[in-house]
Design a binder for this molecule. Sequence first.
Ligand SMILES: [Zn+2]
Ligand SMILES: [Zn+2]
Length: 221
Amino acid sequence: MSNGNLDNQRQNEQRCEQEIEDIRRGVRSGNITPDTSVIRFSDEALDEQKHSIRIADEKVGLAVQAYDLVDTHIQQLDQYLKKFDEELRRERENAAITGVHTSSPDGNTKSGKNEGGRGGRKKTRQTASTQTATAAALAAATEALATSVNPTGMDLDIPVDPNEPTYCFCNQVSYGEMVACDNPDCKIEWFHFGCVGLKEQPKGKWYCSTCAATRNRRRGK
Ligand SMILES: [Zn+2]
Ligand SMILES: [Zn+2]
């Protein structure tokens, strides 16, 4: 929001307060003047009231404008975050292809899911060897990101433990309860309960918002 709008709003508020003060003073003096002036004052008060309402409407308009502006910025940030996630994923895949030939991070998470998929659907820890492979890929990706993918010059100093693979929309290490997306082609597969608004393991099939949207679109056609 521009400073002009903020100044406008502040001025409007001051004008509002001024009107109220004028009316108050008018009431005080109006009480001791003859009837005709009371009537004249009453008309003036009505005008002032209409004026106040008009200013209040202006205030609402400005607030809506401010809200829309903030909303636009949030959407831009969301898009940037999505792009950043995409780039991070690509960098990690590149690192896996060029640096680690034994196994890709995708393969690791799939095997982890299958182990945990039966019975309690609890996430199982990956073995030390696959973790090391993922860690190497992740470290390479993080390094590549730090040097090449920083288009806005933003400080991307997010502390990442290179020994832990990351999951979820938030791209963080696993913690607490995790839920698996039932779409076998899901890009992420594992999600934090808090990030997807869950309190307990869902009964039956569960799909992340991305896969749910894709499925709904397919079903709609
Ligand atoms: Zn998360
Ligand atoms: Zn999914």
